[in-house]
Design a protein around this ligand. Structure first.
Ligand code: ADP
Ligand code: MG
Ligand code: MG
Length: 852
């Protein structure tokens, strides 16, 4: 098996075995760029090395030496000879892990070589500083000797310093510093392999979800010297500005220096523009090379280069990291420059960066200097800066405030709407606070269990910090981090460019992207962002705003019979009015309305004041109200008397809603508005449940049509959010025009995890390596997706034209969206502020599927 390749044998397509650095170096040789020649020990050899108990096999050693000969022939130089070849030994994994692994420069030095180099260059400073650097790097990387010890050498001349350095090596490892190239190179290759498993690299892989079994390649490359003279230097550059995307090279250069100097921060580098005046020819060549590389790799590049005596060499290229703004601008500019097709541009932009563009972010420099307080769950993206406030009623519009609550309930709504951002100590990614905040497009961090609030003193404690109400904090809903004081923001918005980009994506996607919208305001917002319909209108949420909550409380708390009937009439009017507005906004698009599904506890009056007000409304003594509240309280509300179970107990409730929807629809259609209502029943676990409720609702609607002497077409379907419903989807499908997967509840019930409580212990799972997932963000691919697949397989044969959608939080998550696309969902639905992200993710998922 071949384990070592020379550059000309490789290419980009071989990155899995040559590593990113090696594959790209090979590719650059192919397109004729000036590259110091080299050979690559493959990742396969690295993996074999680990299998062999961290030993270099004899066959590998032989192959390396054979290829070194090839390198000698290619360069016209010879190892440790009159005309000595020196090499760098560089690490390079298939996935970029910048600075995580090691590199040794100037390998091949010994006293003989130094003398020969002196004969050639006549430059002691150059020769000995390079030699000393080699002794230091070799000691550090092969034996872990702290580089600091080489900055504290006592001797005052290089020659003695080099000997002192070798003595440190000897003292530390009880053997002579290797002078022979063979020994040097084998130690070096082994050390680079080992650096795959240094702590930094392991942590980096963990944080970035990189496979631990890939291994690294080792590049052995002819040295070029940026430290040869004043006409030499080394630098790094981005082919475009990585923070704004501006089409101008951006970088740093250090004259008369070796690459390491920039990284080590020994000297402060100059702006790359310095070359314009000092080496104009090189500058032009650099610009030309960057353009060539961009065109070839179809992306903005991050390049490392060295100039040796007025000759340019490229040492590395890779796709450059960039801010969300730059990402969008570069993708769109490259379409204009004919480097990318629109499809390729769509695939280049990370969907999560759209969210950051929409909701803003902190100024990066200031963020680095900020004082970190704590970290919770990044529940709703965006950033907020404001004074902390622990009481919703005290949040004011004029003052920027951050509402901090144990957890939020509908009573906090007003305060949440006025606050800049929301922080809760409890709750997960789909807790009340999180869902409402996402709906409002407002920054929210949940599950900050390290914060302690003292309601009486009006203070909060985080670690050693004690903050008073009114003190400033800065909150990032992108990362979940909370900082002390005010961090300045970058400006962002739904710019014209972003709008255009999303329009491109909208043209390419297959699935419909709808919004979860409960109010006319939401619907306007979502439509602006490109949603083409409503996938979920939660009728209970329609009561969150303003004083409508009392109407629903009235219904929940009133007695069966006459009292309930009266409260239903009130509800009917309120609902119909909302539907009228929403249908008008969604003229020509589907509006999916879910019948009442209130987790009752969220709606019951909590404070004494509220209970008194309720008593007044219902004209009953407070004691009576309190008894009713106690009776209504579910022991386990998430599995309690909710969803269609309420409908089964009180069919008049769902009948009222069906009538309100259809009466509104009819009135709109009379005005020439095209209405496409879909009535959705939540929490179904059994076909007979659905059959019963369907019959009730249809009867009500039939009566209505007879009464008004007209009709409007509508669809009636169900949420699929209980595992049993997935298993029995064939029976349920018989009564449904559509299925909408409620993946929040489905996750909760298939994993036995409460979305609100799981934050308390999932961190322990992560820490102990038992389980890494965030099942309420990204659909669990071992259980929930299986249930969805079973449901589809069961239901489709019964009803081939059954419409399939999703309305859980996963509808806005790019990874989950890929799953929905691959399973041919008709639509996805998510909160308005996630619509642009979802459109982009849907387009990408479809393009990727088509490519396969
Ligand atoms: P990293 O992955 O940490 O960037 P590299 O292998 O790219 O490590 O090496 C770091 C720097 O060392 C390079 O940017 C370059 O300046 C210098 N370097 C590496 N190989 C050579 C070489 N053959 N000639 C000159 N300089 C080199
Ligand atoms: Mg590098
Ligand atoms: Mg549900």
């Amino acid at each position: 098996m071949k384990q070592v390749y020379e550059f000309k044998e490789g290419g980009k397509e071989m990155i899995p075995i040559l590593g990113g650095k090696g594959g790209n170096l090979s590719e650059m040789v192919k397109i004729g760029l000036p590259i110091p020649y080299g050979i690559i020990v493959s990742t396969t050899a690295c993996n074999q090395y680990f299998k062999d108990g961290e030993k270099l096999s004899e066959s590998l050693k032989k192959e390396i030496l054979k290829n070194i000969q090839i390198l000698e022939n290619a360069t016209g130089k010879k190892i440790q000879s009159e005309n000595p070849l020196l090499v760098s030994v560089r690490s390079g994994a298939p996935v970029s892990m910048p600075g995580m692994m090691d590199t040794i420069l100037n390998l091949g030095f010994n006293d003989y070589v130094a003398q020969k180099m002196l004969d050639i260059t006549g430059d002691e400073e150059f020769v000995y500083s390079s030699y000393l650097r080699f002794v230091q790097m070799f000691s550090e990387i092969t034996e872990g000797i702290d580089r600091k010890r080489f900055t504290e050498l006592k001797s005052d001349n290089y020659k003695d310093q080099i000997n002192e350095g070798k003595q440190i090596y000897k003292n530390e490892c009880g053997k002579e510093f290797p002078e022979n190239f063979k020994e040097q190179i084998f130690y070096a290759v082994k050390a680079i392999f080992d650096s795959w498993n240094n702590d930094r690299a392991i942590l980096y892989r963990k944080l970035n979800n990189i496979d631990n079994n890939m291994g690294t390649a080792v590049i052995i490359q002819e040295m070029v010297f940026g430290n040869l003279n004043e006409k030499s230097g080394t630098g790094v550059l981005f082919t475009r500005n990585p923070s704004t995307g501006e089409d101008k090279i951006f970088g740093e250069v250090l004259l008369n220096a070796q690459g390491e100097d920039i990284v080590a921060g020994i000297r402060t580098p100059d702006d790359i523009n310095l070359l314009k005046t000092t080496m104009p020819v090189i500058y032009d060549e650099l610009v030309k090379t960057t353009k060539k590389l961009e065109k070839h790799n179809k992306d903005m590049q991050d390049i490392e280069f060295t100039i040796e005596n007025s000759k340019l060499f490229i040492l590395q290229t890779r796709n450059g990291k960039r801010t969300p703004e730059a990402s969008l601008k570069i993708a769109m500019d490259m379409v204009e420059e004919n480097i990318l097709t629109k499809e390729e541009a769509i695939l280049k932009v990370e969907p999560s960066s759209i969210n950051k563009l929409l909701t803003g972010d902190f100024d990066e420099k200031s963020l680095k200097e900020a004082v970190f307080l704590t970290k919770g769950l990044a529940a709703s993206s965006g950033v907020a800066v404001g004074r902390i406030m622990f009481d919703s009623k005290r949040v004011k519009i004029r003052e920027k405030t951050i509402l901090i609550r144990e957890e939020t309930s509908p009573e906090d709504l007003q305060g949440m709407a006025l606050a800049q951002g929301i922080v809760t100590l409890k709750g997960g990614a789909t807790s009340h606070g999180a869902v409402v905040a996402r709906g409002m497009g407002k920054c929210c961090v949940t599950g900050c269990s390290e914060i302690k609030i003292d309601e009486i003193k009006r203070t909060m404690t985080v670690g050693e910090h004690v903050l008073k109400e009114g003190d400033f904090i800065s909150v990032s809903g992108h990362t979940g981090e909370i900082f002390l004081g005010k961090i300045p923001l970058k400006e962002n918005s739904f710019s014209d460019e972003l709008k255009e980009f999303i329009l491109w994506a909208a043209d390419m996607k297959r699935m419909e992207v709808r919004m979860n919208a409960d109010t006319p305001e939401d619907a306007m917002q979502g439509k602006l962002f490109g949603a083409t319909g409503i996938g979920l209108c939660r009728t209970e949420h329609m009561f969150f705003k303003h004083d409508k909550i009392w109407a629903i409380r009235d219904f929940i708390l009133s007695d069966r019979g006459e009292e309930k009937k009266k409260s239903l009439e009130k509800l009917f009017e309120l609902q119909k009015k909302d539907f009228l507005e929403i249908f008008e906004i969604l003229d020509g698009s589907e509006v999916n309305i879910r019948l009442l599904d209130p987790p009752v506890h969220e709606f019951l009056p909590k404070t004494k004041e509220d209970r008194e007000k309720m008593a007044e409304i219902l004209e009953k003594p407070v004691e009576e109200i309190e008894i009713r509240i106690r009776k209504l309280k579910d022991e386990n509300p998430m599995l309690g008397h909710r969803g269609c179970r309420l409908g089964v107990s009180y069919p008049e409730l769902y009948r009222m809603q069906g009538k309100a929807i259809m009466e509104a629809a009819y009135e709109c259609s009379k005005k020439g508005i095209k209405v496409l209502p879909e009535i959705m029943i939540p929490f179904i676990m059994e076909a007979k449940e659905l059959a019963y409720l369907k019959k009730e609702i249809e009867e009500e609607i039939k009566n209505l049509f007879e009464e008004i002497g007209g009709k409007v077409e509508y669809k009636l379907g169900t949420m699929i959010e209980i595992p049993r419903a997935c298993l029995l989807a064939d029976e349920i499908a018989e009564h449904a025009d559509f299925f909408s997967f409620g993946t929040n509840d489905l996750t909760q019930m298939s994993m036995g995890l409460s979305r609100d409580d799981s934050v308390k212990f999932l961190d322990d799972y992560r820490e102990k390596g038992i389980w890494e997932g965030e099942p309420f963000y990204s659909i669990d691919t071992k259980s929930v997706t299986k249930l969805v697949e079973i449901a589809l397989k069961n239901a489709k044969p019964v009803k081939p034209d059954l419409k399939i959608g999703v309305c859980g939080e996963h509808g806005g998550d790019p990874k989950s969206i890929e799953f929905f696309e691959n399973n041919n969902f008709n639509y996805i639905s998510c909160s308005p502020f996630r619509i642009p992200t979802a459109i982009l993710a849907a387009a990408q998922a479809y393009l990727r599927k088509e490519k396969k």
